[in-house]
Design a protein. Sequence first.
Length: 241
Amino acid sequence: MFTGIVQAVATVSQLVDRPGLRSFTLQFPPGFTQDLAIGASVATDGTCLTVTEVLPGDAARFDVMQQSLALTTLGRLVEGSRVNVERAAKEGAEVGGHVLSGHVDCLGQVLQIRRPENNHVLRIGVPESHRRYVFAKGYIAVNGASLTMAEVNRTEGWFEVWLIPETLRMTTFGEKAEGAALNLEIDRATQVVVDTVREALDERLGPLLPALQSLLAQQGLSLDDLGAAVRLPASGGSARA
């Protein structure tokens, strides 16, 4: 489990390809690997990785399967790439963001960057398969950081997050350009409620469902908005945003 509070930025110092996987060596800031053990979990740009070797000088090695390389941004990393990292939360740890599993659901893309005074706004595109789970003021994990979605347009398929200077200092978001790919993890509470509401409506209304969808569309709404109305509260606040 992770809290979505990025603890540091690490650098990919070595990549080694082996049959069926790629080994990553990450160089961490001083002190990050204190008490880190083989088998421990470290979220790397939001992807939960298992430590396979702890190295001298605040470094550690991780093995990543081909499927993870294909489904996340990890397959695009090169030596010298910088990534957001968070160690697994300990029992009783304060959840400053919201609970994350470290399992990436889909890839997003930076569509637009705006820089109003003392802010940094990212407009992020979402694949159609996961647009139903994005809601204004809802939570989402982007490259391992728990963020609040300020604006959402599910029709066009994007949401916006506003980042304060502290967020930019502690993460790699300030380095991202338009077109960059990002790892997205949907808030699990939101996903469960939205799917449950949709399944219940489909089961109970049956042939009347198209009529309900039509009525909602006249109001500029959808079935997903019904899910938002009963969405469970998330487990924490917006992290560094």
